[in-house]
Design a binder for this molecule. Structure first.
Ligand code: ACO
Length: 323
């Protein structure tokens, strides 16, 4: 075993959508402001689904598309910052739901870099454990972490899940290069999901569970660090930007993606975008994007693809693959 290949892709989003126009009934905003600042037109939000139910839908699709039985799966990794519980993990719930009785299950939380960090982790685990088949899913229920009275964050996020079935191979594989970086000193730029509840013995203050973000600083972090990360990964592989067919960046904001494309001097149409329909779905965004463009045959076997995630942590990560 030397490498991995991506056998299939899948995604699932809740049926309910909320348009910008509907948000104008909740707080003082306009469709024009949201579209101009972010590129978002609508987002999917859960009604009775959970992160684990979205991820289970994706896992079942992946099994079906890959022609595999659940007991052939060795590893399930879910990247999420919005799990159903702290325990059991989302990946354990998915493992139980699909009856993958031979799989070990692990959640990771690197917020919006979750899918890229997940690819890194799954590759290492497959190599170290000499395992064959892994499911990697990014899944989020961010609508429960949003303060729906706060216009500065409520317009940005959506719910959904996407994933890939990865198989180890001795043939020429998928992995080309990677560059990951964590900047924990700036963690307070994006905070969400505070879970502390003081015990009778603690003097901890009760915090807010909702998203709090320094939008300007996150914007500057993204346009500074993502181009560096992409260039580091390209240099490692001795590739130039022309060698890459598609760039699949975390869908945080269309303006950020456009600015990054200008900074690394690549035509914007190599950057696939679907934020208009889904909003920012954190760890799910690159996986949903990947599945959409594999399904419509824009992305073909043999294409060289740059995945780059960035967000909470702060964290940034780039992985280059040959699909
Ligand atoms: N509708 C109307 N006006 C608004 C809204 C809204 N929804 N939200 C903020 N405003 C107002 C502000 O109050 C402010 O008004 P003021 O000038 O009177 O004070 C004005 O618009 C400008 O606000 P800014 O926050 O400076 O707007 P900015 O141009 O920076 O855009 C945005 C905000 C879209 C959040 C931008 O900073 C951004 O994209 N940052 C990156 C955030 C991001 O990508 N986060 C994702 C990573 S986090 C993660 O993925 C989990």
């Amino acid at each position: 075993f030397e490498d991995f290949e991506i056998v299939s892709t899948a995604s699932y989003v809740p049926e309910k959508t909320v348009t910008n126009e509907e948000l104008t009934k909740l707080f003082d905003t306009t469709d024009e402001w949201i579209v101009k600042r972010t590129g978002i037109h609508r987002r999917h939000v859960v009604t009775n689904e959970t992160t684990s139910s979205l991820c289970t839908q994706v896992a079942n699709q992946l099994l079906l598309k890959s022609n595999l039985m659940a007991d052939e799966i060795d590893l399930i990794v879910v990247a999420t910052m919005s799990p159903d519980y702290l325990a059991p993990s989302v990946s354990s719930i998915v493992q139980g739901n699909i009856k993958a009785k031979n799989a070990i299950a692990i959640d990771i939380n690197t917020a919006c870099s979750g899918f890229t960090y997940g690819l890194h982790l799954v590759r290492q685990l497959l190599i170290d454990n000499h395992q064959k088949n892994a499911i990697l899913i990014g899944g989020e229920n961010l609508s429960k972490l949003v303060d729906w009275n706060d216009r500065s964050t409520a317009v940005l996020f959506g719910d959904g899940a996407g994933g890939v079935l990865i198989r180890s191979t001795v043939d020429e594989g998928t992995f080309i290069a990677e560059d990951l970086k964590t900047l924990g000193s700036y963690g307070d730029y994006i905070v969400a999901g505070y879970t502390g509840r003081p015990s009778p013995f603690s003097s901890q203050e009760v915090g807010s569970p909702f998203f709090k973000m320094n939008g300007r600083k996150v914007y500057n972090f993204a346009i500074e660090e993502v181009p560096k990360s992409i260039n580091n990964a390209l240099a490692q592989a001795n590739l130039c930007t022309d060698d890459i067919d598609f760039f699949l960046l975390h869908q945080a904001n269309e303006r950020i993606i456009k600015r990054i494309s200008e900074k690394i001097k690549i035509s914007a149409d190599k950057f696939l975008v679907n934020i208009g329909e889904y909003g920012n779905t954190a760890a799910a965004s690159e996986a949903i994007l990947f599945d959409q463009f594999v399904k419509d045959k824009t992305i073909k076997r043999g294409n060289k693809i740059v995945f780059s995630g960035f967000g909470g942590g702060l964290s940034v990560g780039t992985i280059i693959i040959k699909y």
